[in-house]
Design a protein around this ligand. Structure first.
Ligand SMILES: *Cc1c(COP(=O)(O)O)cnc(C)c1O
Length: 389
């Protein structure tokens, strides 16, 4: 990062909340003599399985590994196409390339900022095997329409729910229903294991495959039995990380509730300002389904005399951290080399240039929200493009 060093009272865009009991628990694991995958991973998997209504769950060392293994379990490989959104963390489509398949991007709906399901059907070809929907900032993609499409065209779904742990769709937890569901427990996600992830599977056969893919393909039996049938990698979660996750899970409901309150504060503060008159676009005001992983606004790029980076620099100077989630994937050099170009997905490109993640994490206060809104609106007001009448 090239951002200048932050002062002491700097408000970051996110920060994990880890309690003392968890910190003490981690120290215990470190002293226990067994620090990599063991009893705490098993216990973490059991709690996660309870959370998703008893479906099998396997823990892994990242959300990226989880997505890749989900694609392998779904049988996706060379010659296959996988439909996804261009406005996501690049991991979502990198894993498609990693298994030898081709990502097929479908532009976003500029209001939800998620994949536009109206455009998915036109992107399906005989090579399509799966769809990877992403719940950007925790706002769930319409699961009814998604699974109706998948059923009609006999496609697998690998839900990239990295950002939507704690979100719901029509009263059901994300992960509790559906095909393969991938979560991330990266430090910035709503609950963390420092780094980590987990995969929700359909049955024990898939769970066994996940275990093989996550650790060198090895299957053990008895005291000395070992067999290898598939090429697996090194994707196991450590007990140290699992202990962090076990300490986070009991706080999920409270974290989500707090994030929703802060999101409401954002809407109230923006409503009392000139923000929308200045062209700022707010997210969808959903307080029942989204876990508010992020509060993202879209700057009115064409109406500002400064670029997003300058807006971020001015906020940074005022002690406010922001983030960009995300630049449109198809414009990265790697993807351009594979044939994509500017103009392919105009809504994702506009969002990719203008989207801005504002601070939102459970330990933040309403006063912090006011400070962010005042700071941002002040910058928008001061840097309007002069219009010739
Ligand atoms: C965080 C994230 C991932 C990857 O998770 P890691 O645990 O960092 O590997 C994938 N997709 C999305 C949408 C994410 O936000």
């Amino acid at each position: 990062m090239t951002a200048p060093a932050a002062p002491k009272d700097f408000l970051p865009f996110t920060r994990p909340t880890i309690d003392d009991e968890t910190i003490a628990g981690v120290a215990e694991v470190l002293r226990s003599g067994w620090i990599t995958s063991g009893p705490h991973v098993k216990a973490f998997e059991a709690r996660l399985s309870e959370y998703v209504g008893g479906r099998p769950v396997r823990a892994l060392n990242s959300g990226t590994a989880t997505l890749e293994i989900a694609l392998r379990i779904a049988g996706v490989g060379p010659g296959h196409e996988v439909i996804t959104t261009p406005l996501t963390w690049v991991a979502t489509s990198n894993v498609v390339l990693e298994v030898g398949a081709r990502p097929v991007f479908v532009d976003i709906d500029p209001v939800t900022r998620n994949i536009d399901l109206d455009r998915v059907e036109a992107a399906i070809t005989p090579a399509t095997r799966a769809i990877i929907p992403v719940d950007l900032s925790g706002l769930p993609v319409d699961r009814d329409r998604l699974y109706a499409l998948a059923k009609k065209h006999q496609l697998r779904v690998v839900e990239d729910a990295a950002q939507s742990f704690g979100s719901e769709w029509r009263g059901q937890r994300i992960g509790a229903v559906g095909d393969l569901v991938s979560f991330s427990f990266h430090a910035n996600k709503n609950i963390t294991t420092t780094e980590g992830g987990c995969l929700v599977l359909n049955d024990e056969r898939e769970a066994k495959l996940a275990e093989q893919y996550r650790l060198q393909g090895v299957v053990r039996s008895g005291y000395d039995g070992m067999e290898v049938e598939v090429v697996g990698g090194k994707f196991n979660l450590t007990d140290v990380a699992a202990r962090v996750g076990l300490g986070q899970l009991p706080h999920l409901a409270e974290f989500t509730a707090r994030r929703r309150e802060l999101a409401r504060d954002y809407f109230a503060a923006f409503a009392a300002s000139s923000a929308t008159a200045l062209g700022l676009r707010l997210p969808i005001a959903d307080f029942t389904q989204s876990n508010w992983h992020m509060f993202q606004v879209v700057l009115p790029g064409e109406r500002l005399s400064i670029k997003r980076a300058e807006v971020m620099a001015l906020l940074h100077a005022a002690g406010i951290g922001t983030g960009v989630h995300y630049p449109a994937i198809h414009l990265f050099a790697l993807y351009r080399r594979l044939g994509w170009k500017a103009g392919d997905y105009p809504h994702a490109e506009y969002a990719g240039r203008n989207i801005l993640t504002l601070p939102l994490f459970p330990a933040m206060t309403s006063a912090d929200v006011t400070r962010v809104v005042t700071g941002l609106v002040g910058i928008l007001e001061a840097h309007q493009k002069r219009t010739t009448r």
